[in-house]
Ligand binder design. Sequence first.
Ligand SMILES: [Zn+2]
Length: 406
Amino acid sequence: MMRKTYLFIAILLLSSLTAFKLESKDNEQIVILVSLDGFRWDYPDRGYSPKLKEIEEQGVRALTLQPQFPSMTFPNHYSIITGLVPEKHGIIANYFLNPITGDTFSLRHAHVSQSKWYKGEAFWETARRYGIKTAAYFWPGSEMDLEYRRPDYFESYEHERPYRTRVAGVIEWLKLPDSLMPRFIMLYFDETDSKAHSYGTDSKELNQGITRVDSMIALLDSGIKDLGLSERVNLIILSDHGMADISSERIINLNDLIGNNSKPSVYNYSTMAMIDTHKDSVGILYSRLKNNENRFKVYKKDEITERYRYKNHPYLPEILLIADNGWQFVQNNQTSKDRLAAHGYDNKVLDMQGIFFAKGPAFKKNYKCNTLNNIDIYPLLCKLFDIEPLNNIDGNLLNIIHVLEE
Ligand SMILES: [Zn+2]
């Protein structure tokens, strides 16, 4: 009996010692989340991204990362960081209007910093409640005008900021003393999105862009190694959406479709169009569009396909048009010559799928898995930090937990 008690006390002591060791700050894990805008699911197999290949062997690679609808940049970065679908987090497009007040959301700094648009809770807000420091070197929503809704450290978006400066900025954060060092860091590069839009997905310019962002991940990883932090850093590389080539041969002219009899307001996103018109003329306009439904889908707002999980947002216009993959809406038959690829289509389309790569102490090694859903990243981040996700999120840890070491 006595012996058993001693043994029990010894085990207690031992386990509290281990707990102490794990909790001491300089052993805590760090998570770095890198977004490569528009990096389509199949780009890593082109042979232009040796660093991603290496991460694939050392860690996890998913077949694809599925975006939310619409497969656009702001809605998806905010889904990744909140675990919510766009109808719930409120960022329903890169540009939209509050029909009651007339206020617009756009990618201009004056708009992206207005916290009123962003619903739910970004991971950096959740982490803050647990005293975990966070930092963003560019991430949609990270520049909000309310101090308590931002990461502890953030940079205001500057498109031209050199990529090496961004990586160096992250390394500087990692050099901070443990009490100040952010344990969750986000980093963003636009290159693969921009190059595909301008030159198409089969261009040498895009392939060079793939190499360029890949070399930035290599630079970041070697910086982490030089700081002796490799054993502590979990590195996640993902993208917000994929990309599809478009062509002047595949256009849908909105003017022809809508006609002149009603005077609706039309927001053309090229892959999607939002049409608002007086309640009395919705029926007529809808029938006209429905009769000409070719290479696109037309929906009244309360009839939008359930799986898009989109129709419940109060700012949606009366009618939504979604182009088929590779087709684009134009006005007056005008296509823009410097736009050769697009995204924003049905989020299940293969071309719209992104990437998910991860390595580090928490992740399985040399592990391949099927498609992951980007709303499951937020609960995954909570799991990595052992904190509780916000209630009522759309993501589910159970869908993604298999990427972690047991
Ligand atoms: Zn884009």
